[in-house]
Each structure stands twice: as C-alpha cells, then as structure tokens.
Design a protein around this ligand. Structure first.
Ligand SMILES: Nc1nc2c(ncn2[C@@H]2O[C@H](COP(=O)(O)OP(=O)(O)OP(=O)(O)O)[C@@H](O)[C@H]2O)c(=O)[nH]1
Ligand SMILES: [Mg+2]
Length: 423
C-alpha cells in the first residue's frame, strides 16, 4: 500500500516552549505515513471552529492541492466539529494527535487485553466526535486514524458504541481478576515490585533485559526477553520479570507502556489496569534518555503522568540512560543513590543501579563469616539458594563460609556469627 502523504499542523501558543514537530513526525512514521510538510501557526489561543483559524486553514487547503496531501495531522486533540470544518475547507482527511496515537496503539496491540484496551480507548474517543468521524470514514476508509486493533472496522453508531464499551469493560474486569490474584500472591510472599517508568523509547525494555542478565540473576533464556525496538510505543503490555539483587533477595521489575506528551486521557483511562502495576510499586525507576533534546520536558511529562496514576508517595529513583551516546563522559562516575547514569544497551553501571535498588528496598547489608553446625545444615543450604555464599569449608563439625546478609536478618544468624568480613 502506498504511504499516506501527510502534512503536520500545530498551533504554538505564547506560553509554549516547543511544539515538538519532530515527535509528531515520528508518530506519523510509526503509523506508516510519510511527512511531506510541516506547518506551525503562532496564535494567542486555539480557534474553536478551525483550530488554527479559518485563514490559515484556507492557506493549508492550497498546500493540500499542490503537494497532493492525503492527510492533515494535528498536534492537538480536535473536536468533532473542528474535524468536520477543516475537512470541508481542505478536502483532506483530518487526523488529530489522539487518534494518531490510538492508531499506533491499535497496530501494536497483540494480547487480548491490549487489544481490548485500545478498542475501548478508540470507542471513547469516537463517541463525542461521531459527526466529524462519520464523514471522514465514509470518504477515506482505512489508513491513519481509522484502524482498529486487529484491523476490524471502527463502529460508528452511538448506541452500539455504548453497548460495546460496556462489553469490553466487563471482559477487561474479568481479565483483571487474574492479575489481581497474582499481585496478592506477590504481596503474601513479600516480593517487592519495582516499576520502570519513562517516556517512550527511553530504553525501559532494554533495561529490563539487561538486568535479567546481570551477574546476580544470570538469566540466559532468550525467551524471557521482552520486546524492545527503536520505535515509539514498542511496549504496550505490562511485562513482569524476576531479578536478583546484589544481596541475593529477589524483586519483580515491571516494564510498561511508555509515556508521551499529551498522552490521550482515553488511553490512560483504558490502560488503567495495565498501569496498575505502577500504583502498587514499592519503588519507581524513572528512566530518561539523557540525549533527548527535550529532556526536562519529558521528565516533567512522566512525573505528571505518574501523579495521575497514583496519589501514593512512591519513592523514585531517577536514572539517566544512553550515556554511551552522551558527550559528557564524566557522567559514568557521577551516580549517587538517587540519581544514576547508565547505559542499558552497553551494560554500563547496571551494578550501581541494582545496588541502589537493593539499598532502597532492603536497606544496608554486610558480608559476614558464619559457622553453621551440621545439625542445622539446612540453614546453610537455604542461604546458598537465597543469598550469595562464598569460601565454603566443611570441617567435620559444620560448615564455615562468607555470606552477605541484610541488616534486618543479621539477628537470625547471631549464634553462627564468627565476625564481619572486612571486604
Ligand atoms: N545508544 C543506546 N541506545 C539504547 C540504550 N538503551 C536502549 N537503547 C535503544 O533505544 C531504543 C528504544 O529502546 P526500548 O528498550 O525499546 O525503549 P522503551 O523505553 O521500552 O520504549 P517503548 O516501549 O516504546 O516505550 C532501542 O533501539 C534500544 O536499542 C543505551 O543505553 N544506549
Ligand atoms: Mg518498551
């Protein structure tokens, strides 16, 4: 199929620093479009009827003609009447930022839950915009802004949409029950959960894969890897993986859908369940691509969205990724327990990150020399499986070894303690 020829349109308001046309371009490309031209209009406010103002839209209509534009992509969410008004003047298909993002989500959703969530978000988006969308669908079926998950046709009848929304919500809450049970099991077994959160393409999935392969976890199995790629919204579902921390305790890390500026509220609503994992996290790793031009802006977006998902005060570890590409190579030694610089891809400072996580979750730990008598040898084997044991020597009466223990469990081994190792 020929790629849809798109022109980007944004309004820049007086208090806006940037309107991120580069990001919008990436989104269009992720939806299989090609960007032919990009138009930014400075305005005091958004025009209620024509978004960029009638005059500007008339001017855009000329570009549509001369540049053979199929689709106009707007950097904000539009109302149904704005969509209709702009289509009438320009003759092009009109797609707004929200339906563009929903379209990419529709393409990327693979699991039953993911597909249902995307469809729910699309239906909720279309409900107040039926007039605008009806026209656009009848004239140009298929393509950006009209794809449903699994390529089914989008429903455009109000009553049927409402019924469908109901059905999907019911099915989703059934699916959620399984997740809920698993979460309760984790709480019972006291396995802490750490959520990796950040702007799309920051490297969250890469980080999860790298952590699984760290010297502590040493998981080699390829099939445990999560999907990562250089594209926006590579991840839509929440993936959970067990990782061992440097003291030996285990933790579950969750990797989830990436954030983006002006992430449609329909998406946040529909992905509530997927994003739940963040709500119950013991710690959040806020991952940021240090080379991003809009790093401050992206950081703010993520912090704001975390605030929308949970009102609990969850501790946050700020982690800057991709330092292999950064100009300032001093960063590698600049980490503290609160701000850490890593390269997930090149495996730089992953040990520093895991140490910080271990400290935040489990507190201090030290290395001790223990002697456990033969009568209690089971305790030694338990430590072999669950902590890091070294320099084991059997001497007839029992076993001597070095082991790292967390401060909160030191008391349990008091009788066996021969001393604190100096290492
Ligand atoms: N140079 C460099 N590239 C990296 C690093 N970490 C990840 N990447 C690349 O960045 C791209 C995005 O990585 P992902 O792990 O898919 O990012 P994500 O945050 O999971 O993205 P979404 O799931 O789309 O939100 C991939 O091409 C990775 O190879 C890094 O440390 N250095
Ligand atoms: Mg990902």
């Amino acid at each position: 199929m020929n790629k849809e020829r798109c022109a980007l349109v944004a309004v820049c308001l007086p208090n806006e620093e940037t309107n991120d046309m580069e990001e919008l371009k990436q989104l269009v490309e992720a939806a299989n479009g090609i960007v032919i031209s990009s138009i930014v209009q400075n305005r005091q406010s958004i025009d209620i009827r024509f978004y960029a103002g009638r005059g500007k839209i008339k001017e855009i209509a000329e570009y549509v003609e001369t540049l053979e534009i199929d689709t106009l992509v707007f950097n904000d969410e539009l109302s149904g009447s704005q969509i209709r008004n702009i289509e009438e003047i320009t003759g092009a298909k009109v797609v707004d930022r929200t339906s563009l993002i929903l379209d990419i989500f529709a393409k990327r959703a693979f699991t039953r839950e993911g597909k249902l969530q995307v469809e729910l978000a699309q239906l909720k988006y279309s409900l107040p915009r039926l007039i605008g969308l009806n026209r656009n669908l009848s004239r140009l079926a298929g393509g950006i802004g009209t794809r449903g998950p699994g390529e089914q046709k989008l429903e455009l009848d109000r009553r049927r949409i409402k019924a469908k929304i109901n059905d999907i919500q019911n099915e989703l809450s059934e699916l959620t029950k399984g997740r809920e049970t698993k979460r309760k099991q984790r709480v019972r077994r006291q396995v802490p959960v750490i959520s990796i959160v950040g702007y799309t393409n920051a490297g969250k999935s890469t980080l999860l894969n790298t952590m699984m392969e760290s010297e502590y976890s040493n998981v080699k199995a390829e099939n445990k890897k999560v999907f990562s790629d250089d594209m926006v919204f590579a991840t839509l579902d929440t993936e959970l993986r067990k990782v061992r921390l440097p003291g030996g305790r285990r933790a579950v890390f969750s990797d989830t859908v990436g954030f983006i500026k002006k992430l449609p509220t329909e998406i946040i609503e529909a992905f509530k369940e997927t994003l739940e994992e963040i709500k119950y996290a013991d710690l959040i790793i806020h991952l940021i691509d240090i080379n991003d031009e809009n790093v401050l802006n992206h950081k703010e977006t993520t912090t704001e969205l975390i605030g929308k998902i949970t009102d609990r005060d969850i501790p946050v570890l700020t982690v800057y990724n991709k330092i292999d590409k950064a100009a300032n190579n001093k960063l590698i030694t600049a980490s503290t327990y609160d701000v850490i610089y890593i390269s997930a891809k090149n495996k730089l400072n992953i040990d520093v990150l895991l140490e910080a996580v271990d400290f935040k979750i489990n507190g201090e730990k030290h290395k001790y020399t223990l002697k456990i008598p033969n009568s209690n040898i089971k305790e030694y084997y338990w430590l072999c499986d669950n902590r890091f044991v070294e320099d084991t020597e059997f001497d007839g009466e029992g076993v001597n070894f070095n082991v790292i223990l967390y401060d909160d469990e030191k008391g349990r081994y008091g009788n066996y303690l021969k001393g604190e190792s100096n290492e």
